[in-house]
Design a protein around this ligand. Structure first.
Ligand SMILES: Nc1ncnc2c1ncn2[C@@H]1O[C@H](COP(=O)(O)OP(=O)(O)OP(=O)(O)O)[C@@H](O)[C@H]1O
Length: 329
């Protein structure tokens, strides 16, 4: 399978009055055609900023991609002008967010909002676009499509709105769909329906998905390949079965321990003690060291590199570096 998206050494920083936030710090990842890659990690680890960097939606001048390349097919997205990028966005790459209301215009009907990109990106005439909009609304499992097309966003439930966002996202047959916490705000039943729908569209169209979530249940359902981020860096990555059955990084193990197990009663859900470090105060070290049960002296002073430990898995942790084990504290 060919790589559809190749991110190499991407760093995205924010300049604030207190200092520089290295929101994304030298990450590389690949997504092949038809593959679902999930980025997982706690709040603030850089998941959304990675997605926004790909979409060219980092707000300058406070935010800036300071290093790296993002190849989509044969184009480096970071080298494209605003118009070229806009043509790719919503067409070859589509994105859905956690909060659909923030992406929809409250004073324009649902139908018009689906029709517009069809006319712009797919060169459809108004009539054809209207018909296609109805088909798309039906395709995302909404009945009474014509009535819904005439509605305004505030008249629909959160689950319905997210279906509409998916309809807009798939309307131009994107090669890549970026979904940032698409089901987080929804209840579990609706969440399962939305995930099923995404899987179905993926199978039918062969599109790739970059799915951002903090929910390992969603990862288990959806991912082919998993990237675990912590404080702007990738700390572990691998194929989903491998990563879930044999997690290597103490952070990944902690995340998996804090995941509820279906049909198993747990009195109290484990949560990783401590907090993510202040992004302004990151010194050379493993950023997870003060939350880690396996912390060694070297973890406090030196940053471990992301290294391949099997062909299916990479980890950035001193536990897997020969020699480092002798400096236990
Ligand atoms: N506009 C901004 N100015 C300064 N810092 C920012 C800005 N946007 C994001 N950051 C910082 O960048 C880091 C990464 O944020 P990001 O939104 O990517 O995290 P996330 O993993 O997606 O978290 P969440 O799950 O809460 O969305 C955080 O430390 C955040 O505070």
């Amino acid at each position: 399978m060919k790589n559809l998206l190749e991110i190499e050494h991407l760093s995205t920083h924010f300049t604030t009055e207190e200092g520089t936030v290295r929101a994304v710090d030298n990450i590389s990842l690949r997504i092949r055609s038809g593959e679902t890659v999930c980025i997982v990690g706690e709040s603030g680890c850089g998941k959304s900023i990675t997605a926004l960097s790909v979409m060219g939606l980092i707000e300058e001048p406070s935010g800036k991609v300071v290093e790296g390349s993002i190849h989509f097919g044969d184009k480096d997205l970071l080298k494209l002008g605003k118009n070229e990028l806009r043509a790719i966005r919503g067409n070859e790459i589509a994105m859905i967010f956690q909060e659909p209301m923030s992406s929809l215009n409250p004073v324009i009907t649902i139908g018009e909002q689906i029709i517009e990109p069809l006319m712009v990106h797919m060169n459809m005439g108004k009539r054809e676009a209207q018909k296609q909009a109805i088909r798309l609304i039906e395709q995302v499992g909404i009945s009474r499509a014509e009535q819904i097309a005439r509605s305004y966003p505030h008249e629909l439930s959160g689950g319905m709105l997210q279906r509409i966002m998916i309809a807009i996202a798939i309307s131009c047959n994107p090669k890549l769909l970026i979904a940032d916490e698409p089901t987080t705000a929804l209840d579990v039943t609706i969440q399962a329906q939305i995930l099923d729908m995404l899987r179905k569209f993926k199978q039918e169209s062969g599109m790739s998905i970059l799915l951002i979530t903090h929910d390992l249940g969603v990862v288990a359902e959806m991912a082919d390949y998993v990237i675990v981020m912590y404080s702007g860096k990738i700390v572990e990555e691998g194929e989903v079965v491998e990563l879930f059955s044999n997690p290597k990084h103490p952070y990944t193990r902690g995340l998996l321990k804090s995941k509820p197990i279906i049909n198993q009663r747990q009195d109290e859900l484990y949560s990783i003690p401590g907090q993510v470090p202040n992004p302004l105060e990151l010194e050379s070290s493993c950023y997870f060291h003060d939350r880690c049960d396996n912390c060694m002296a070297i973890c406090r002073t030196d940053e471990p590199a992301l290294k391949e430990i099997t062909i299916h898995q990479k980890v950035a942790c001193w536990l897997y570096e020969e020699g480092a084990l002798h400096v236990h504290s």
